[in-house]
Design a protein around this ligand. Structure first.
Ligand SMILES: [Zn+2]
Length: 78
């Protein structure tokens, strides 16, 4: 007979790192933000531009990436 199928599919969307961001130097979407404790490593796998940033306040990769590009445009990295 008919099987009662009660399938509850719960999709858990894992927001997993790494996420890729656009590199301010070479323009490739290859910048990775890796959060390690109180530090964040930001690196472009295309041109090698990288920086270690201390995490202050929000630690979303996008926040860190923003600081990374700010620093780059300020001439502090690269
Ligand atoms: Zn790059």
């Amino acid at each position: 007979m008919g099987r009662r199928r009660k399938r509850k599919t719960i999709k858990i969307v894992k927001k997993k790192l790494p996420k890729y961001f656009v590199c301010p130097r070479c323009g490739a979407r290859s910048v990775v933000v890796v959060v390690e404790g109180e530090m964040a490593k930001v690196k472009c796998s295309q041109c090698g531009l990288s920086a270690n940033l201390q995490i202050v306040g929000p630690s979303h990769p996008v926040d860190i990436y923003c600081r990374f590009s700010d620093l780059f445009y300020a001439g502090k990295i690269g």
